[in-house]
Design a binder for this molecule. Structure first.
Ligand code: C2E
Ligand code: MG
Ligand code: MG
Ligand code: MG
Length: 281
């Protein structure tokens, strides 16, 4: 998040002592309180199959209901990360999402994992524990990580293997914005690439940015095909974008055009039970 938000995380801290400034101390206290008092909620956004728009899974996205005001994760995840609070928070998120699947309220769910969680010693054991506690089928769970979780490629690969052995899927979120080497990617036990919203949003624009986005998506799709990976385009807001992305060969689509993140409805169809990703390795 720090890299993505161009130093936003650092702005929270006193430049010299790396201490939270008073306003952030207050937010941190409020975050602790929120975790204890269950002020967090997961919303779920559909992920559809590109060729027929069948809902195949949902992505869980956290919100903080702070005294009637809904706070975006972009406004508290960075502080949760720098303070370490992301660790208990992340466990809550995973347990909540796995429980929804175990109860049959969703067939498949994608859960975001922050780099601090992923690189924490014992992360895969934590995941294993939650899978066991909730009794969920691990094949129905996808963990979304970002390239910044893989800065230490040796350790990253080790954790990815442990997760694969547990049976959960792993996807690379915001793909295309970082600088993973393609040869490194080909060796990772990762099966899903989520193409960053930035490219989706430019895909139908005339001019250089549009052209660049189209060619980049084309390249990602070819790469994915060559290594047996599946692609999801994020941030699809128009029918035209959906059409273009499908024509470019993206396997799945996600975005406001198909549905906004929403609370689980009592009668909500739990997404198709068709096999979504066929994991070979
Ligand atoms: P992300 O994982 O890349 O999630 C996609 C974000 O794009 C979500 O923002 C989603 O609401 C938004 N989005 C989806 N479709 C569209 C669209 O068509 N147009 C536009 N403009 N936006 C769209 P959200 O929910 O605010 O989450 C922001 C980020 O916060 C996420 O990005 C993820 O990195 C992080 N996050 C969210 N929930 C969690 C969580 O439970 N744990 C962790 N560690 N991070 C989370
Ligand atoms: Mg995500
Ligand atoms: Mg994303
Ligand atoms: Mg994103």
């Amino acid at each position: 998040y720090r890299a993505k938000r161009a130093g936003g995380g650092h702005a929270f801290f006193h430049p010299r002592y790396d201490q939270p400034v008073p306003a952030e101390m207050e937010l941190l206290v409020a975050l602790h309180h929120a975790l204890e008092h269950r002020e967090f909620e997961l919303l779920y956004q559909p992920i559809v199959r590109a060729h027929d728009h069948t809902v195949m899974a949902y992505e869980a996205l956290i919100r903080w209901n702070r005294a009637g005001t809904v706070i975006s994760p972009l406004d508290f995840i960075p502080l949760a990360e720098t303070s370490g609070l992301i660790l208990p928070l992340g466990r809550w998120v995973l347990r909540e999402a796995c429980t929804a699947v175990a109860q049959g309220r969703l067939t498949r769910v994608a859960v975001n994992v922050s780099p601090l969680e992923f690189t924490q010693l014992g992360f895969s054991e934590q995941v294993a524990l939650i899978l066991r506690e909730t009794g969920v089928d691990p094949q129905r769970i996808m963990l979304e990580i970002t390239e910044s979780s893989l800065l230490d490629p040796v350790r990253g690969k080790e954790v990815l293997r442990e997760l694969r052995d547990l049976g959960v899927h792993v996807g690379l979120d915001d793909f295309g914005m970082g600088y993973s080497s393609l040869s490194a990617l080909a060796q990772l036990p990762v099966k899903v690439l989520k193409i960053d919203r930035f490219f989706t949003q430019h895909v139908d624009e005339p001019g250089a940015e549009g052209h660049r986005s189209v060619e980049l998506i084309r390249a990602i799709v070819i790469l994915a095909g060559a290594f047996g990976l599946v692609t999801v385009a994020e941030g699809v807001e128009t029918a035209q974008q959906a059409q273009t992305l499908q024509a470019l060969g993206c396997d799945y689509l996600q975005g406001y055009w198909f549905g906004r993140p929403e609370p689980l409805q009592p009668g909500q169809p739990p997404a198709s039970t068709d096999v979504a990703v066929n994991l070979q390795s």
